[in-house]
Write a protein that binds this ligand. Structure first.
Ligand code: SF4
Ligand code: SF4
Length: 359
């Protein structure tokens, strides 16, 4: 993902695409689903995936609604892989059984994320550890793709301590875990209270790899304190949200802008919309767009970004020593421009990426 992000400053790094708006659940905080929509026809979805491929998109994520309700999801995942992109899926997990997981393996899925909101179902959400734990065990047993369990904190969640229980269970099963901050109906921030922040700190204390976004994410540190983030939101350029009608939007919470059909979206649109200042940026909680922006930051300020990650890791654990892999990365990409060009060219070739691609 990193190498692909470095290949060009203009192509989309991540596109979220909606194959179906319908969902089998009805979480009360959610504004991204309905109870009735039909799946987008497979032929139309394939055209949209091909178009994202032609724009040079690195990662294509199926989201919803509940994307596993789409009858041709496996075919769509295969097409993403055929177009050379990374295929990822965000699901509520309700339809995962061993046979379905094996089909996702065969389709070539790279990565799956389940968001779990609480331990016991309540009026707000049925995305509950009690209901989904058996599914998680099946994933641990059968999945050949990476799995991340996302727990959430925010005003809609009654028991913030549940987020820690969920993250600990994810680690126990060998999965990645992340914690998200629930946004309001416009993707904006509601600061966390002391109990919620304490749960957040305990989850970070479980420890994650250096490059996990939990450590990389200086954004989230501001978010949980209700502070603004000084960043440029690259939505419309480096990040795209494609609704079920095939229109490009900035993100799930800013639907309607720019609202251009994907079929007509051009490299000029990517450049223009990605460069626009978004008034909603300072208090935005849409973490996948933050992550996209961080990859861009790595591209433009590699030395400072890597130093910041290492410093934050050391702050959390003063005994921590910089691993030799990071020292090697620094030597290969950061210290000397000739070495950086040499190793950069090798990395891009290994990843099958055209160097200097301008789309
Ligand atoms: S499962 Fe996901 S898409 Fe469905 S209602 Fe809940 S949050 Fe929304
Ligand atoms: S800042 Fe960007 S990602 Fe966040 S709500 Fe606004 S358009 Fe969406």
């Amino acid at each position: 993902m990193f190498a692909r992000a470095m290949a060009s400053p203009h192509h989309p790094i991540l596109a979220q695409i909606i194959p179906i708006r319908r969902c089998n659940l009805s979480c009360t905080y959610c504004n991204e689903y309905d109870r009735h929509s039909a799946p987008v026809p497979a032929e139309e979805m394939l055209r949209r995936i091909d178009k994202l491929g032609a724009l040079g998109t690195s990662i294509i994520t199926f989201s919803g609604g509940e994307p596993t309700l789409h009858p041709d999801l496996d075919l769509l995942i295969q097409r993403v892989r055929e177009r050379g992109a990374i295929a990822t899926l965000i699901t509520n997990g309700y339809f995962l059984v061993p046979e379905r997981i094996k089909r996702l393996n065969r389709a070539g899925l790279d990565y799956l994320q389940i968001s779990i909101d609480n331990v016991q179902p309540d009026d707000v959400s049925k995305k509950s550890l009690k209901v989904l734990d058996r599914k998680l065990e099946w994933l641990a047993q059968y999945a050949e793709f990476d799995v991340t369990i996302n727990s959430v904190l925010g005003s809609a969640i009654a028991q913030p301590e549940d987020a820690y229980t969920i993250a600990a269970r994810a680690r126990e099963l060998g999965f990645n875990s992340t914690v998200g901050i629930l946004h309001d109906g416009e993707g904006q921030l509601a600061a966390l209270n002391r109990r919620q922040r304490s749960a957040y700190d305990r989850i970070l204390g479980l420890g994650t790899g250096l490059f996990s976004f939990a450590h990389l994410d200086a954004f989230q540190q501001n978010t949980i304190r209700g502070l603004p983030n000084p960043w440029h939101c690259p939505a419309g350029g480096r990040f795209l949200y494609i609704c079920e009608e095939g229109l490009v939007h900035y993100c799930s919470q800013q639907r309607g802008t720019p609202g251009i059909p994907l079929a007509q979206y051009t490299p000029d649109d990517l450049r223009r919309e990605g460069a626009k200042t978004k008034g909603c940026a300072p208090f935005c909680t849409i973490s996948c767009v933050h992550q996209t922006a961080m990859l861009d930051e790595f591209r433009t300020r590699p030395r400072e970004t890597l130093s910041g990650i290492v410093a934050r890791r050391k702050q959390r654990d003063p005994e921590w020593q910089t691993p030799s892999s990071i020292k090697l990365l620094e030597a290969m990409f950061l210290r000397d421009s000739r070495m950086r060009d040499f190793f950069g060219a090798i990395a891009l070739r290994l990843f099958g990426i055209r160097q200097g691609a301008k789309r």
